[in-house]
Write a protein that binds this ligand. Structure first.
Ligand SMILES: NC(=O)c1ccc[n+]([C@@H]2O[C@H](COP(=O)([O-])OP(=O)(O)OC[C@H]3O[C@@H](n4cnc5c(N)ncnc54)[C@H](OP(=O)(O)O)[C@@H]3O)[C@@H](O)[C@H]2O)c1
Length: 330
């Protein structure tokens, strides 16, 4: 039977404006880095995407290299889009990226115009799309002139391949320069995609301020620290978890006794707030008004439900914030 989205899909999701643009994103967005590749079960991926859309999660984030194998997440997404979501294309914000290694030779990674154009054309083909809503340069390139990379992003918009552009993991200095170049070219930088969670707070040292000043949105990836900021690792490493998978980016070594102790204490605070730890971790990144969206991953439908439930309590008392700081500093 074909998929019919829930009529109530826009009833409980919050939509936050990306910087000073016209585009709003759901406060919780879904990324397809893990669990949507050729190694994963397509039917599970399909169920996760359906549930997300039913909850008002209108934004799906991809990249050329997501899989494994690289490219397979875009292919699977394209298949599900074609089967189930084609008539809802105008209700969706689809993003992809290029920057990491994708094919051999000098034109298969980093930030040249040659690579970015070719990669996006390949991504569009894999997803069966005419355009993406947001195209990102995935990581700064120390060798290619920023003018060339930003010029390619501007051309990508002008040629109709993307509606908006963004950058990922650029430092605050690089962001300021990129924003200036893009502004001059007439294609403003819509959004920055940095990693941000309770265990990795680098964006607090300058980037958030620049994004606020420049009117650039911010969608933070790995708000759950790849699953560490949940209750799943409190007892052991479950065999189906990311830390246990051979292709997972989370390493067992990341789960030190000291870290588990912090997670346990954070889990207690979340329980006092009447939330799961995943929900509190999402609310915590969204406490900054400049953060447009928390970009989560999910390996099953229930996780999407749990994460979307974060929106039921986004406020923190000063005491709660201080308690969290204390645990993180210990
Ligand atoms: N721009 C970049 O360079 C970059 C880099 C990395 C990621 N990203 C983007 O950010 C997205 C999210 O990254 P991420 O997957 O690391 O995010 P995350 O939300 O920090 O971690 C997702 C993982 O946490 C676990 N999880 C999620 N919800 C849960 C819940 N409610 N309860 C218990 N466990 C839960 C699942 O792990 P299990 O599999 O163990 O169940 C899930 O796969 C990616 O898909 C990608 O789109 C971008």
């Amino acid at each position: 039977m074909s998929y019919i989205p829930s009529d109530s899909r826009y009833d409980s999701m919050l939509y936050r404006r990306a910087g000073r643009s016209g585009l709003k994103l759901p406060a919780v967005s879904l990324g397809l880095w893990h669990n949507f590749g050729g190694v994963d079960a397509l039917e599970n991926a399909r169920k996760i995407l359906h549930r997300a859309f039913d909850l008002g999660i209108t934004h799906f984030d991809l990249a050329n290299n997501y899989g494994p194998p690289p490219g397979s997440a875009e292919e699977n997404f394209g298949r599900i889009l074609k089967d189930d979501l084609k008539s809802y294309r105008d209700e969706l914000i689809v993003s992809t990226k290029a920057g990491y290694y994708m094919w051999p030779g000098p034109y298969g990674e980093w930030g040249s115009r040659k690579y970015l154009l070719a990669s996006l054309d390949q991504s569009l083909k894999r997803m069966g799309l005419d355009y993406v809503d947001i195209f990102y340069h995935h990581r700064p390139d120390p060798e290619t002139p920023l003018e060339e990379t930003m010029g390619a992003l501007d051309y990508i918009v002008r040629s109709g391949r993307a509606l908006y552009v963004g950058i990922s993991s650029y430092t605050h200095e690089q962001t300021r320069k990129a924003a200036e170049i893009l502004k001059e070219l007439g294609t403003p930088c819509l959004i920055h995609q940095p990693k941000y969670n309770m265990f990795d707070r680098w964006i607090e040292n300058g980037l958030l301020k620049v994004l606020n000043q420049e009117g650039i949105g911010c969608i933070v990836f790995s708000p759950l620290a790849q699953g560490m900021l949940t209750d799943k690792y409190l007892r052991d490493i479950p065999p189906d978890s990311r830390a246990a998978k051979p292709h997972g980016f989370l390493q067992k070594d990341d789960l030190t006794a000291e870290r588990i102790e912090k997670i346990r204490k954070l889990n207690n605070i979340a329980a006092e707030r009447g939330q799961s730890l995943a929900q509190m971790a999402i609310a915590w990144v969204l406490r900054h008004p400049v953060v447009t969206s928390a970009l989560i991953g999910a390996s099953r439908v229930e996780q999407v439900d749990d994460c979307a439930g974060a929106l039921q309590n986004l406020s923190f008392s000063d005491t709660e914030l201080k308690q969290i700081e204390k645990i993180l500093e210990e």
